[in-house]
Design a protein around this ligand. Structure first.
Ligand SMILES: [Zn+2]
Length: 493
């Protein structure tokens, strides 16, 4: 099973062609056309005009790409082979949502997650509580539970991270990981899937107390393929995969073929949650944000594709229940100020060269750290690695990858800083100097720029399909996404 998913991913990321420039423009025109078409044909999308309770979709999917601005979506689409498109961009309805927090123009995952889960603005860092943290805000997942629907929460970062937390927990700060994680046990939700809980980790090792609390509350706690495959509907589960010290699953670009993926946790979630009273399933692609914070464009593209594979699982379910299913895909905010154009290249783009990056900046930095310890890797060996893992310097792969003497000199400077254990100061931000230099160089050669290592205030895309999808057409606030889901799915009773 993991092999098949992996093959699918590989097939979709097959070599890039010269039609890329045309493709960039055509996809944008296509998205704009979709938007206009969807907004002008809402009547044909109305499943019914009676407005009765029976109109509510029985199955509700809510996909949140953390840090996934329209540029991140377009980047992944541009890296895909020409004859394929991201599933989310094929949805018949598109919208645009503003993201600001109650007390800051540029939002964070907690405030944005609260807006997306409750329909109310809150302050930075707050999890499903009002701005002054004096009262809890009921989340749509809790409403779905109270309506008798089954509820699932899936994320490929730790399950107590801000976005998933905003659906089952209430906390003054997103950093209160143990206090957040324990609220999984009292939530009464049916399925938690993906990463481990940061609140039960110490130096990357599990403490185990949370597992006991979950078991005491009636949950079966499972890890890995076999156990997830044997899980049976009607029981409550916390299922997690192989995780890093942060509790998150590995980046898609780095993971082993037998690692459970976001799509796997989504597919099994659907299997476990399906029942006559319906379900609500939230799925977060959490590492689009992490890779964007690192300004690591190739890893971003892989994460968006990985997120889209999870969406494809919901879409498959939708095709067999088209009159009873609503799928909404959005983001909490953009991250990195990703620009699909770079000053030195003016109107030129070589986005396809990102396909030659073979691991995340994070994984490469871990290699460089080991080189610094061993002191056995020369600069020419480092350049060989740059060729293997980033394609940089490999003229046979693509002439855009050739390194100039100035670029080699800059890499030598960065290499020296990395080997001395020096962080290189301001020039390299917070990252490893050589890794930062290589990813930045590849991005610039591809025609990509970043404005920041933080979030931005640029509005985010909303894609919808299924029963009630027409409600998501237009330009609105992120709180409206939650309000509309709650209304369409009749959750607030
Ligand atoms: Zn976020």
């Amino acid at each position: 099973m993991p092999q098949s998913v992996d093959k699918k991913t590989m097939a979709r990321l097959s070599p890039f062609s010269e039609r890329n420039n045309f493709r960039l423009i055509s996809v944008l025109v296509f998205v704009a056309a979709l938007f206009i078409a969807a907004c002008s044909t809402t009547d044909t999308l109305h499943p019914s005009k009676t407005g009765s309770v029976t109109d509510a979709p029985r199955y509700v999917f809510y996909f949140i790409g953390d840090g996934m601005g329209l540029a991140q979506v377009e980047l992944a689409d541009a890296v895909l082979e020409d004859d394929s498109a991201l599933e989310m961009t094929t949805f018949p309805v598109a919208g645009v949502a503003a993201t600001h927090a109650e007390n800051r123009y540029i939002t964070g995952s907690a405030a944005a997650g609260t807006a997306l889960s409750t329909g109310y603005k809150t302050t930075i860092g707050t999890i499903a509580k009002n701005g002054d943290r004096s009262a809890d805000l009921k989340t749509m997942a809790e409403m779905a539970r109270d309506k008798g629907m089954r509820v699932g929460i899936v994320s490929n970062v730790s399950i107590d991270h801000a976005t998933p937390a905003c659906f089952y927990a209430h906390a003054d700060s997103r950093r209160m990981y143990p206090e957040i994680a324990v609220q999984m046990a009292s939530s009464g939700f049916d399925y938690f899937g993906g990463g481990y809980a940061l609140g039960d980790l110490e130096n990357g090792k599990p403490l185990g107390a949370l597992v006991e609390t979950m078991k005491d509350s009636g949950y079966t706690v499972i890890q890995g393929w076999e156990a997830l495959g044997k899980a049976v509907p009607g029981r409550k589960y916390w299922a997690y995969g192989s995780y890093e010290s942060s509790g998150a699953l590995k980046y898609a670009i780095d993971r082993a073929p037998d690692n459970l993926t976001l799509a796997d946790f989504t597919r099994h979630g659907i299997r476990l949650l399906e029942n006559d009273r319906g379900f609500f399933l939230m799925v977060e692609g959490g590492k689009i944000d992490w890779a964007s914070h690192a300004n690591d464009a190739a890893t971003v593209a892989h994460e968006v594709v990985d997120f889209d594979l999870a969406i494809a699982e919901a879409l498959e379910f939708y095709r067999s229940h088209p009159d009873e299913t609503l799928i909404v895909v959005t983001a909490d905010h953009e991250c990195g100020g990703l620009g699909l154009g770079y000053a030195d290249k003016a109107y030129e783009s070589d986005i396809g060269i990102l396909r030659h990056q073979k691991l995340s900046a994070q994984a490469f930095a871990e290699k460089v750290s080991r080189w610094a310890e061993s002191k056995r890797v020369s600069f020419s060996m480092a350049l060989d690695s740059a060729k293997v893992y980033f394609g940089l310097g490999d003229a046979i792969l693509d002439s855009a990858l050739v390194l100039t003497s100035e670029e080699k000199a800059a890499l030598k400077k960065a290499y020296t800083a990395s080997m001395s254990g020096d962080n290189g100061g301001q020039a390299y931000g917070k990252g490893d100097p050589l890794t930062v230099s290589l990813t930045e160089l590849l991005n610039h050669k591809a025609g990509i720029g970043w404005t920041t290592g933080s979030h931005t205030a640029v509005p985010v895309p909303v894609f919808a399909i299924g029963k009630g999808a027409h409600e998501f057409c237009g330009v609105y606030d992120n709180t409206d996404i939650a309000k509309r889901i709650i209304k369409v799915a009749d959750l607030s009773r």
